[in-house]
Design a protein. Structure first.
Length: 83
């Protein structure tokens, strides 16, 4: 199972990244918040404060990942090539 499928680069996600240090990822429907947090912390070597998930009207699950203040979300987005 691939936990994190891809990051979202929408107008809303860019606004959240700049204002609240949050990135949005499309994730597997069976992935838990704990699994998403552990995967991203290990992959990017960052500290994550919390993960909120929701399933949209398009039946895709999205994780809203809040990074700690020591880790700006914009740095992670740059590594991913979003910016």
């Amino acid at each position: 199972m691939q936990i994190v499928k891809n990051p979202l680069s929408t107008e809303k996600s860019i606004r959240l990244m700049e204002s609240q240090n949050i990135l949005i990822f499309e994730v597997d429907k069976k992935a838990t918040k704990e699994a998403i947090k552990k995967y991203l912390e290990d992959f990017f070597k960052v500290k994550i404060l919390r993960v909120n998930t929701r399933i949209g009207s398009d039946a895709k699950k999205r994780a809203y990942v809040k990074f700690s203040n020591e880790t700006p979300a914009i740095d992670v987005a740059t590594k991913l090539g979003l910016i």
